[in-house]
Design a protein around this ligand. Structure first.
Ligand code: BES
Ligand code: ZN
Ligand code: ZN
Length: 488
């Protein structure tokens, strides 16, 4: 989307979107009279997302204006503004109008980042594989050019607005990977995307393939990969603006490009969502799209363990035993608990080789977490209260919410093996998010660590206004980026 700034909107040839807070800054005269009449006659009220189209035939006004109510301007309206504006953009896209103008009132300066995010997020398109007429139609529904009528936009707001746009586009990049089917976005092609991000930004990157991982004895990741037609990949990407002055923060994302469940095969219903089981890895790569662009002053290393979890004669069988990179032995008593296996080796890689200041992993890890918290909150578990507090604050600021769940001694006990050090799944069906985290904790050793289980918000049942049916959300890019920006 091309953005143009213009001081005033006289003779603006494109439809003008005029978002408006109840009791906020007055509308221009030609609208105010008309709008007041609508309110007076009870045709309109001030409810958020109520909208009215006004067509004018005078020379000095836009031909078409869409007044969009944002509801009341309250202290904590930022999430509401993001949502409401996203709906306005979707409304416009459905008409469709490839070019629009947005009237920026002084009221918006405080929400500039959210508005930028909303514009980018709501302009996302899933329909990239269509051809012919379908392709044309899909492209017409993308807003190509946006004129901001910006007389009342201040300098800080412009900066924040543009930052919001960049963040929104990075989320869309993550969504693109997440929504890619597993025959197109597989471990090897995902790794290529990571290489592209690295070369665009000058990041150091290492990509280990199956052969390398065999030499390294990454038995847990390789175990999951045994049934795959693709090579496993471990991507390690470094952004170290502070050089040796700071130990790196490690971000690890689960990269299962399709989770069939393995021989503990998943049921048919809902299995198509399992192309999104690499949401964690896509989110980490989305964050890396932003680190340099937003000039984040933190050393960050991203680790993305990648494979699919497939069914094959060579695939792991329930009761198989693997030795992880750490040396810890694991009985695979459920091949569908594969995410924790690949994360375990990624965590150990960080612990052994990277001297972390702390570790955050993000993963669509358990259905249990979704059952416990629904799709609004990610589950947050870990061993460091300060880190958790910071993530919680970043979540509240970005409306990518997290809620803490416990790890109890009993959860740890539940993951101990009879034949091996650990089992990968406790069969009780109880506290599944906690036992999964207890398993991961065994690999963390003495490091500060938080685990984010995003099964709910990454693949939600109920969509937020800036999300799309059948699309992964990219939940986590905004949360982790804000978390990093707040670390000073
Ligand atoms: N990828 C799934 C978890 C998941 C389910 C994410 C639904 C998003 C939506 C994960 O690999 C899995 O299958 N977990 C099992 C663990 C169990 C076997 C201990 C689960 O949650 O059932
Ligand atoms: Zn699984
Ligand atoms: Zn999975």
């Amino acid at each position: 989307m091309k953005i143009i700034y213009k001081k005033n909107f006289e003779q603006e040839p494109t439809p003008l979107l005029f978002p408006y807070f109840e009791g906020g800054k007055a509308l221009p005269e030609y609208l105010q009279k008309w709008y007041d009449e609508l309110i007076e006659n009870k045709i309109a009220n001030h409810k958020a997302n109520e909208h009215f189209r006004y067509f004018s035939f005078t020379e000095n006004t836009p031909k078409e204006t869409i007044i969009w109510s944002l509801g009341k301007k309250t202290e904590s309206a930022s999430a509401k503004v993001r949502n409401s504006l996203a709906l306005a953009i979707k409304f416009i896209r459905n008409h469709p109008c490839p070019q629009i103008a947005l009237a920026w009132s002084e009221d918006f300066n405080a929400y500039a980042r959210e508005i930028g995010e909303a514009l980018a997020l709501a302009n996302y398109s899933l329909e990239i594989h269509k051809t012919g007429e379908g392709k044309k139609e899909a492209e017409e529904k993308i807003i190509q050019k946006l004129t901001i009528v910006c007389a009342e936009m201040d300098r800080v707001a412009k900066y924040d607005f543009e930052e919001g746009l960049k963040i929104g586009l990075a989320v869309n990049f993550a969504r693109h990977l997440i929504n890619g089917p597993s025959n197109l976005i597989h471990p090897e092609s995902f790794a290529q995307h990571a290489k592209d991000v690295a070369s665009e930004n000058g990041y150091k990157i290492e990509v280990f393939n199956t052969k390398d991982l065999e030499k390294m004895k990454m038995g847990a990741l390789l175990g999951v990969n045994k049934g795959s037609q693709f090579q496993a990949q471990l991507v390690v990407m470094q952004y170290l603006p502070l050089g040796k002055r700071q130990d790196p923060l490690i971000l690890i994302g689960k990269g299962i490009t399709f989770d069939t469940g393995g021989l503990n095969l998943k049921p048919t219903a809902g299995i198509e969502d399992m192309k999104k089981d690499m949401s964690g890895a896509a989110v980490v790569l989305g964050v890396f799209k932003l680190l340099k662009e937003l000039d984040i002053k933190q050393n960050v290393i991203g680790i993305m363990p990648l494979t699919d979890n497939a069914v094959d004669a060579k695939a792991l069988k329930p009761t198989d035993i693997v030795t992880s990179y750490s040396g810890i032995t694991i009985e695979i008593n459920n091949t569908d608990a594969e995410g924790r296996l690949i994360l375990a080796d990624a965590i150990s890689y960080a612990v052994k080789n990277l001297h972390p200041s702390s570790i955050i992993d993000i993963a669509t890890l358990t259905g249990a977490c979704m059952v416990a918290l629904g799709d609004i909150y990610a589950g947050m578990l870990g061993n460091n209260d300060r880190l958790k507090e910071r993530l919680k604050n970043a979540g509240n600021e970005t409306d990518e919410l997290v809620w803490e769940l416990p790890i109890h001694e009993n959860h740890r006990k539940a993951m101990k093996g009879h034949l091996t050090d650990l089992i990968n799944a406790d069969g009780s069906g109880l506290a599944g998010a906690s036992t999964a985290a207890a398993f991961l904790e065994e690999f963390v050793e003495k490091n500060d660590w938080v685990h984010l289980d995003i099964a709910g918000p990454a693949i939600p049942k109920k969509l937020k206004d800036y999300d799309f049916n059948k699309s992964g959300t990219g939940y986590g890019v905004r949360l982790l980026t804000r978390f990093l920006q707040n670390l000073k």
